[in-house]
Design a protein around this ligand. Sequence first.
Ligand SMILES: CC(C)(COP(=O)(O)OP(=O)(O)OC[C@H]1O[C@@H](n2cnc3c(N)ncnc32)[C@H](O)[C@@H]1OP(=O)(O)O)[C@@H](O)C(=O)NCCC(=O)NCCS
Length: 156
Amino acid sequence: MTVHIGPLAPGHAGEALTIQRAAYVTEAQHYNAPHIPPLMETVAELRADLESGVLALGAWLDTRLVGCVRGRVAGDRMEVARFVVAPDTQGRGIGTLLLKAVEAAAPPTVRTLWLVTGAASEGNLRLYRRSGYVVVGNRADSAGVPLSLLEKRVSD
Ligand SMILES: CC(C)(COP(=O)(O)OP(=O)(O)OC[C@H]1O[C@@H](n2cnc3c(N)ncnc32)[C@H](O)[C@@H]1OP(=O)(O)O)[C@@H](O)C(=O)NCCC(=O)NCCS
C-alpha cells in the first residue's frame, strides 16, 4: 500500500467533506449527537478554510483521497483539527502517518500541539497517547459531547 501525503487545495473541499462526514458519523453515533461541529461544517466553509491558507494535508491511495487533517496555528500553539481517515481505510496506519506529517509541517515557532477528542473515544485516545499527547483537561463541545483536551510539547 503506497500512501502519498501532500497539501490539500481548495479544489479538494468536496472530497474532503465527504471523508469527514463518513468518518465522524461513527463518533456521532457513539455519543448519540448528530450535530457535532465536524458534521455541521458545510462545503463552502471547508473551502473557505482551505483558501485561508490554513495548514491542510491530505493522504492519497493512488488517486483516491482517503484522509485529511488541518493545523490551526495561533501564537506558539497549533491545534490539530478535522483529523479523519475514510472508514474503509482505517486501521492501516494512514492516520498515524497524517498526524506525523502535520506535526512535521508546523512552523518552527510552534512549541505546543493540542487537540480535542471525545472523552470516551478510546481508539483515538490510544493513538494520541502513542504519539506523545497527554490529557490536560476536559470540556464539552457545542453539541454537549464531553471532550478530552490533549497536548504535546514540541521537542527541540
Ligand atoms: C482517528 C482516525 C483519523 C485514525 O485513523 P487510522 O488511519 O484508523 O489510524 P491508524 O491506522 O494509524 O491507527 C488506528 C489503529 O490501527 C492500528 N494500525 C496501524 N497500522 C496498522 C497496520 N498496518 N495493520 C493493522 N493495524 C494497524 C494502530 O495500531 C491503531 O490500533 P489501535 O486502535 O489498537 O490503537 C480515524 O479513526 C477516524 O477518522 N476516526 C473518526 C474521526 C475522528 O474521530 N477523528 C479524530 C478526532 S479527534
